[in-house]
Each structure stands twice: as C-alpha cells, then as structure tokens.
Design a protein around this ligand. Structure first.
Ligand code: AKG
Ligand code: FE2
Length: 282
C-alpha cells in the first residue's frame, strides 16, 4: 500500500488496496489516520458495486439517510447515486444547477455534523470534467485575524435543509423534507472532536445567526463564505475511473463543478454519508 500527498496541506491518494473485500482493523485505522491528517482521501483503482460501497462505509459507523427527495418525491436510500441521468431516460441537470453546485458540507442540517462522505465514480463524462472541489475550513479559520476569531467565537448558526434556497438558489424544501429536518443549531466555529483544531462550519445550509438581525447575519455569512473559498484553501479533484473519495465533513466544504458537457454527457457518482458517532456519544 502507498499513500501520496496530493497538495501540501490537503488530500492524499492511496493505492494498492482493495475495498471491495472486508477490510482489516489495521487498514481501517490507516484510513482513519490518513483522513485525520489530510482530510481528503482518494483510494485509486477500486471496483465497487453498491453493496460493497455500503459495507465498506458501514465499517466507520452508521449511515445517514439523506433528507432530500427526488423529483418524484421518493427519499434517496442511504447508498445513493448523484447523477444527471434522468430516471425516465435522457438527462436532467436540476441537481447541478441547484444544490450540489453550491459550496456546502454534507448533512449540516443534522443535529450532529456527519463525519465522512464516501463518493465513488460510477460513470464519468467521456469528454472529461465534472470535478469536485473542496475548501479547507480549518485553514480558512486559521487565516482570520485574531480579533475576528474572537468576535466570531460563541456565535451560533442556524442550518436548515428546507431553507438552503435562501443562499444557494436551490429549490425550497418540500413538506416531507421540512418535517424530516427541522432547523438545527451549530457553533460557527467548531472544535473537531478529540483535537484542538478549530474550523469554520458554514455552507449553503447556514441561513441565520442566533440573535442577529437577518440582514446583518446574511452579510456576515456571505463575507465568511467569500473568505473561505479563496483559491489558496482549495483542492480540485479531477476524477479518474475507479476513484473512491472519502473526506472529513467537519472541516471542509465542497461542491460539484459544472465543467462538463452536462446537457449531453452523463456523470454518476455513488455516495454514502457516515454518522459522527464520537460526538453523538459525547
Ligand atoms: O457531485 C459532486 O461532485 C459532489 C456531490 C456532493 O456534494 C456530495 O456527494 O455530497
Ligand atoms: Fe455534498
């Protein structure tokens, strides 16, 4: 097995492992440690069907059941595809034009921020593109002036699945989504469990700040958002067939980049989101 850093501060690639078979305790530990160190891990050359990806993901904790409904009202299963292939044939780009194209962190609308997301390349656009981009919210926090860090400390942010349209241009939540995911509150600056590391926790679900007038809150959230997405904090993943990505949701934001021929070519990724049991038990 080999692990190679992809940039100075963010992302590593692992080769020489097969995640389609049950993994050893040692490999599981290495995966955890590699993600703790680099936050984003790309495991190369994998062949994973849906069951294998689910079994692999479940090694790290219980899977979250996404709240988002498909256009036909059906709730996505725990292991699900992110695709622009329409069920009835053809292509539908709603997903890119809406939610996933906007910077976010997965499942911020759950009471406990999820730990990992896994994403597997099922079908990549033949002409290339369809990248996934990440920003390092720890680096973004660290780069804030000391006085601002102090001013932000203690602020509580309302994250709402149903109201993500307020910042992202996505559709508003459906009744089912509203019922399943009432707004939750997270500190604007999170300390990563078991570490001293602090990170900004923002993204498209962050819609209000407790005790702050909406206009002022929206302005502050937008300012911090712009600060966080600066190129120096980014890693852009250019997918290759066989890539399985896995990342730490608590200290990153990510988005789907629409840099492919999305009206003609299909892009399908398969996804799971792992609960954060450590802090759920805390
Ligand atoms: O399609 C992508 O590149 C990212 C999708 C996404 O946001 C996710 O899987 O959580
Ligand atoms: Fe996502």
């Amino acid at each position: 097995m080999q692990i190679k850093k992809l940039t100075k501060n963010l992302a590593a690639a692992m080769t020489g492992v097969d995640l389609s078979k049950p993994i050893s305790a040692e490999l599981k530990n290495t995966l955890r440690e590699t993600i703790a160190a680099h936050r984003i891990l790309v495991v190369k050359n994998q062949t994973l069907d849906s069951d294998a990806q689910e079994a692999f993901s479940e090694c790290f904790g219980e899977l979250l059941h996404p709240v988002t409904r498909r256009p036909d009202g059906i709730r996505l299963p725990q292991t699900h595809e992110i695709t622009n292939a329409a069920k009835e044939g053809g292509i539908s780009n709603d997903q890119y034009l809406g939610a996933t194209a906007f910077w976010h962190t997965d499942g911020a609308y759950f009471p406990v921020p999820p730990l990992y997301t896994t994403l597997y390349a099922v079908k990549l656009p033949p002409s290339g593109g369809g990248d996934t981009e990440f920003v390092d919210m720890r680096a973004a926090y660290d780069a804030l002036p000391q006085a601002q860090k102090q001013a932000l400390d203690g602020l509580q942010v309302v994250h709402s699945h149903a109201e993500k349209n307020l910042v992202s241009g996505a559709r508003a939540g459906t009744m089912d989504e509203v019922r399943d995911a009432p707004p939750v509150i997270h500190p604007m600056i999170r300390t990563i469990e078991g570490t001293e590391q602090r990170a900004l926790y923002l993204g498209m679900y962050a819609v209000r700040i407790l005790g702050m007038p909406d206009e002022e809150a929206r302005k502050l959230l937008a300012e911090l958002h712009e600060h966080s997405i600066q190129p120096e904090f980014r890693y852009t993943h250019v997918w290759e067939p066989g890539d399985l990505m896995m990342w730490d949701n608590r200290s990153l934001m990510h988005r789907a980049v629409g840099n492919f021929d999305m009206d003609r070519e299909v892009r399908t990724l398969r996804r799971t989101v792992v609960k954060n049991l450590e802090s759920a038990m805390a």
